[in-house]
Design a binder for this molecule. Structure first.
Ligand code: AMP
Length: 210
């Protein structure tokens, strides 16, 4: 199954992506994680985009499309994948249509005010990319990644001021994708304010998986 998860930053895409991928046995392809790993490794690309990402703006389409194309050409994506954080613009969605057909697009809908509250509690593992939340999804040991044991951090782009800027970017550049995929009959919308397990259940139902 080839899936896209849409939603504002902080809507819970990463968390739901992990659950869906585990259930379906497909890889989670997060362009945000790929970009952060380039930045962390200090690659030429990483150095070019570091300040853009930290400001909350989007990385240029051509660059992200290339990264995505290379990632989904890898062997583990042969039987499907879940895209988390891609596409983020209409040109990215159009480019994706030229690469492969997707089976469904799930939009996790959460109002802006709830998102700003949520993101201030988000903690991310800088080593493996796993995400936690101080109240909604706390790690077993405070400040420590359950998956790999690294110390958790607050991503610079999760700062409340930056979050408001990222929401603006979302509304201007990414929200038009909802109409784009609705017109193609691919869109399923779920309420992202439900408890985590209920959001997951709503997604499985929308996708017809048990
Ligand atoms: P995310 O982890 O998906 O919230 O992404 C973090 C940051 O990486 C975004 O704020 C952008 O700067 C950049 N990024 C990730 N995915 C994309 C994309 N598809 N297009 C442009 N920029 C992206």
């Amino acid at each position: 199954m080839k899936l896209i998860l849409l939603g504002a930053p902080g809507a819970g895409k990463g968390t739901q992506a992990e659950l869906i991928c585990e259930k379906l046995g497909i890889p989670q392809v997060s362009t945000g994680n790929i970009i952060r790993s380039e930045i962390k490794s200090g690659t030429e690309l990483g150095l070019r985009v570091k300040s853009i990402v930290e400001s909350g703006a989007l990385v240029p389409d051509s660059l992200v499309i290339e990264l995505l194309k290379n990632r989904i050409a890898q062997d583990d994506c042969k039987n499907g994948f879940l895209l988390d954080g891609f596409p983020r613009t209409i040109p990215q969605a159009e480019a994706l249509e030229g690469i492969c057909a997707v089976d469904a697009v799930v939009e996790i809908h959460v109002p802006d005010t709830a998102i700003v509250n949520r993101m201030s509690g988000r903690r991310t593992c800088p080593t493996c990319g796993a995400t936690f939340h101080v109240t909604n999804k706390p790690p077993k040991k405070e400040g420590v990644c359950d998956v790999c044991g690294a110390a958790l951090i607050v991503r610079p782009d999760d700062d409340p001021e930056v979050v408001r800027g990222r929401l603006k970017v979302y509304h201007e550049q990414t929200e038009p994708l909802i109409a784009f995929y609705r017109e193609r009959g691919l869109l399923k919308t779920v309420d992202g304010q439900l408890p985590l397990a209920d959001v997951a259940a709503a997604i499985y139902e929308a996708l017809g998986i048990r």
